[in-house]
Design a protein around this ligand. Sequence first.
Ligand SMILES: C[S@@+](CC[C@H](N)C(=O)[O-])C[C@H]1O[C@@H](n2cnc3c(N)ncnc32)[C@H](O)[C@@H]1O
Length: 318
Amino acid sequence: MLPNVLQTSATDHVPVLAGEVRELLAVRPGETVVDATFGAGGHAALLAADLQGKGKLIAIDRDPGARAYFDRVAKQVAAQTRFLRGDFSVVLEQLADNGVEADAILLDLGGRRILNKRTERGFSYIADAPLDMRMDPSADVTAAGIVNEAAERDLATIFKRYGEERYARQIARAIVRRRKEQPFERTSDLVEVIKAAIPAPARFGDGHPAKRVFQALRIAVNDELGALEAALPPAFAMLRPGGRLAVISFHSLEDRIVKRFMRDRERGCECPPDFPVCICGKTPELRSTARKAIRPSAAETAANPRSSSARLRVGVKT
Ligand SMILES: C[S@@+](CC[C@H](N)C(=O)[O-])C[C@H]1O[C@@H](n2cnc3c(N)ncnc32)[C@H](O)[C@@H]1O
């Protein structure tokens, strides 16, 4: 269903931390750039401009709706362009296996802004829609599937771990009670059950009462953390020496995965400290451009409040 995706808005092409990404990925003419989360092409258009007509842009996205944005960007880019639809963990692995090399790779893991516009796919708790939430509409797992079939304990774990939902257990219990009478089909059914399951004062607290559960379900449906874990090794393997890997995360669990991955490759020798000489022979493979994750400036968060949770980490392959 493309039409909804194609209704552009002023925020469609406002990429998060764009100046920082552009500066740290430092794309030069003739290089190969991989944007593994093409989305609306905001970052890709900027990085492709730095190719100055020479080099290659490889765009990846599992959402078929991204293709239309890609066609639009590709028309304006003189460098070679290619769109690959699929899960970035799978596509990056295939590219690495086929010996494709890259100089700059970006993963922008945000999605709420773009996905919330896909109201027909049930990402938004504001608009009533089928309870779906699949980024790839051909994938097997849907939000309705999880909500109607997962054990109460598993639901509570999903809400707690991925949504940091304080009332995870209460909400899980209410969902199981309700689905015995009638399975969940629409987002509005779930929103009503969540609202009723949490204490009245909490309904008016930190944002919309269904925000955290919807985020948790989206992460679970699309196995967002699993895909990230699986994507980082092939992305790093594809990089030429001196190549740059940038990841923008929006959730502490995502950032922890990226931080651990980069730290592991930054570390050299892993021998126990009491060994007189190194026997592991491991040398650092990566240099982080900053010790701490880079956060958006006050000016950026004022202009685009949704950027406030973004954290950027960039590593250079040594
Ligand atoms: C925040 S948007 C990217 C926005 C983009 N940087 C821009 O400036 O327009 C994230 C995109 O990544 C895609 N995505 C998320 N997880 C993915 C995965 N595992 N494989 C492929 N694409 C994925 C989503 O479909 C979405 O289009």
